[in-house]
Design a protein around this ligand. Structure first.
Ligand SMILES: [Zn+2]
Length: 287
């Protein structure tokens, strides 16, 4: 008899309903594809085990703020109600553009939160999601950040002392490299592998002057080149879509089809794709 796993126990229940969180994605063991868990309220569903099978998500029409739990008609900044969106530091524009950090102007929305999250070591990395891109993340978010983006390769390049510094370094890299993923290309899966170490060496040489300026401003200790090895990720995909059609709960509350793959925060169904992160806080029934 097969062992009783958490997934099997959940399978035994008939209705599963709850508010969506972003999918939990963890690297696979020993060359296995990465592993995906759907999270809807207290419900957990092992999605790798559902590949090739029908999956149906039905939005009930409710959205709960992921921060305060209040009902909200519309979701702001991936799952927040409007008051939280206006009040929380994590929803401020400086999170997306860290170089605009205004902590030292005394205007941080939540200085204590800022100290805990922004005044922590951050990593500037190169990744290959649809092509070469630069990105930043808090040290603790490695490798989650790359998996959320559907990167097939990633390489940490520099470690810096604060989020703001990571923003300045990223600005510098953006003179030479994109910072966005072309999600359609990412989902089509025809991504050429890159030599990320060679790209790193090329970029560090090209940006030497700019990095020297940042060292002068923040101190040599604050911004350090890492000696890291590139990582590669394999996603559980039976079949990549040839044409990308997007599902959207706001337009059609029923998202159903055969699950063909998982990449980034997307479900790839035979009927279309859906970015579940976009619908964080949406209450769905899973069948
Ligand atoms: Zn809220």
């Amino acid at each position: 008899m097969p062992p009783v796993t958490e997934a099997r126990l959940i399978e035994a229940e008939t209705t599963r309903q709850g508010c969506l969180s972003k999918m939990a994605i963890v690297p696979g063991e020993q060359g296995e594809p990465v592993r995906y868990t759907l999270r809807a309220g207290e419900q957990r569903l092992d999605l790798n085990a559902r590949l090739g099978e029908p999956l149906r998500l039905t939005w009930t029409g409710a959205i709960a703020c992921t921060h305060c739990g209040r009902a909200t008609k519309k979701s702001f900044a991936q799952g927040h109600c409007y008051p939280c969106f206006k009040k929380l530091a994590q929803c401020d524009t400086c999170i997306m553009k860290p170089e605009t950090c205004h902590f030292f102007a005394g205007t941080c929305r939540e200085p204590e939160w800022g100290e805990r999250h922004c005044f922590q070591p951050h990593v500037v990395y190169l990744a290959n999601s649809s092509s070469l891109k630069v990105g930043i993340t808090r040290g603790t978010q490695v490798p989650t950040r790359w998996l959320d983006q559907g990167a097939i390769q990633a390489l940490p390049v520099l470690q810096v002392d604060t989020r703001q510094q990571s923003g300045f370094v990223e600005m510098l890299f953006k003179e030479e490299v994109a910072d966005r993923t072309n999600w359609r290309a990412m989902l089509k899966g025809e991504i050429e592998p890159l030599d990320l170490c060679a790209e790193r060496d090329r970029l560090l040489a090209r940006l030497e002057g700019g990095l020297a300026n940042l060292h002068e401003r923040f101190g040599a200790e604050a911004i350090q080149v890492l000696e890291a090895s590139p990582m590669a990720f394999d996603y559980p995909v039976l079949e990549f879509p040839r044409k990308i059609v997007s599902h959207n709960f706001d337009k059609n509350p029923v998202v159903a089809g055969t699950l063909l793959g998982l990449k980034g925060q997307y479900l790839i169904l035979d009927s279309g794709v859906i970015n579940l992160r976009k619908f964080t806080g949406y209450e769905v029934a899973v069948a």
